[in-house]
Design a protein around this ligand. Structure first.
Ligand code: CUA
Length: 343
């Protein structure tokens, strides 16, 4: 193939790739579309350092191109061009310019670091304790007496102070649109504060390779008006003492199976173990296992073989019969604190 043909083909492919890659950022999952003050500060720093780097790259490439053309060997030319080794002017120039550029990057970076660190002592902030597990997320609101998993619920426009840790290996807590990330380390409590400036749903990720299902360790962030958040928290707290509604006989059967086989690890309304995700408001969740839409068919798939959907997770296969699975599914969809159930 002629080399110019190859060139245009490659250019076309790169152009296509650039178009595809520009589609990557959504408001829900992109550090390049900040939806809160922390993400905005981090975005500004990224833009500052990126523009300086791009500037340096362009200048170096221009000089390189000029030198290649200007000083190439010409016909009839004797010897090599005049050498500049040991030139004090040049030495000083290429020491001072990078130094200045680094200062331009360092000052706002250090300033932002202090701004973010200052807020650690913020007592006004909503406190949320995050515990990472292979491969799911636990969220506790110590001041509200509420615990949930996989779907993090936050009020809009309010600082949230996260205290993050891990129950097993090192994970990393990251909500790209709101800021982060922060390592979760067993036996250690790290702090990070974030704030969402608009309501809606955002996506969170585990950003540290943590095992077979690392890539599937997602969570959701539901940001709502303060009044709605208060209502949610109140209801979550209220169900702690109330028995869940068993609408049908089959759901009641499911509850019996749950209490016998699942409660050792999973809590509902304050009763049960903490090894698995808290299921108090399971029916309100957006996802099953953090990755599939919260629909009965996926829940069935999960209950029948948890290892298939999320390899390496700690949920054992209980070898449930189809009837048992159906009963459990019916029961789990009664677990809601919302007025309208999301199915
Ligand atoms: Cu948890 Cu990656």
């Amino acid at each position: 193939m002629k080399s110019w043909q190859q060139f245009w083909r490659q250019l076309f492919l790169f152009g296509l790739l650039a178009l595809v890659v520009t589609g990557c950022g959504t408001n829900e999952l992109s550090a390049l579309k900040p939806q809160g003050p922390v993400a905005a500060m981090q975005y500004d720093l990224m833009m500052l350092s990126s523009s300086i780097m791009i500037g340096v790259f362009i200048v170096v490439m221009l000089i390189l191109t000029y030198v290649l053309i200007r000083y190439r060997k010409r016909r009839g030319q004797e010897g090599i061009p005049k050498q500049v080794e040991g030139s004090h002017t040049l030495e000083i120039l290429w020491t001072v310019i990078p130094f200045l550029l680094l200062i331009i990057m360092a000052v706002p970076t250090v300033k932002t670091n202090f701004t973010l660190a200052d807020e650690y002592s913020n007592k006004e902030a909503l406190q949320v304790k995050v515990t990472a597990h292979q491969f799911w997320w636990e969220f506790e609101y110590p001041d509200l007496g509420v615990a949930t998993a996989q779907d993090l619920v936050l009020p809009v426009g309010k600082k949230v102070q996260f205290t993050v840790s891990s129950a097993d290996v090192v994970h990393s807590f990251w909500i790209p649109a709101l800021g982060g990330k922060m390592d979760t380390t067993p036996g250690l409590e790290n702090k990070i504060w974030l704030q969402a400036d608009r309501t809606g749903t955002f996506y969170g990720k585990c950003a540290e390779l943590c095992g077979a299902s690392h890539a599937l360790m997602d969570f959701k962030v539901e940001v709502m008006e303060q009044a709605d958040f208060d209502k949610w928290a109140q209801k979550m707290k209220a169900v702690q003492s109330a028995e869940p509604v068993k609408a049908t006989a089959i759901a009641a059967e499911g509850q019996a199976i749950f209490e016998k086989s699942c409660m050792g690890c999973h809590a509902v309304a304050g009763k049960g173990g903490k090894l698995g995700p808290n299921l108090t408001n399971f029916a309100d969740r957006m996802r099953v296992a953090g990755i599939k839409p919260n629909e009965p068919k996926y829940l069935e798939e999960w209950l029948k073989d948890p290892q298939k959907m999320k390899p390496g997770n700690n949920m054992p296969n209980l070898n449930l019969s189809d009837d048992q699975v159906n009963a459990l599914v019916d029961y789990l969809y009664t677990l809601s604190v919302k007025d309208e159930k999301k199915q």
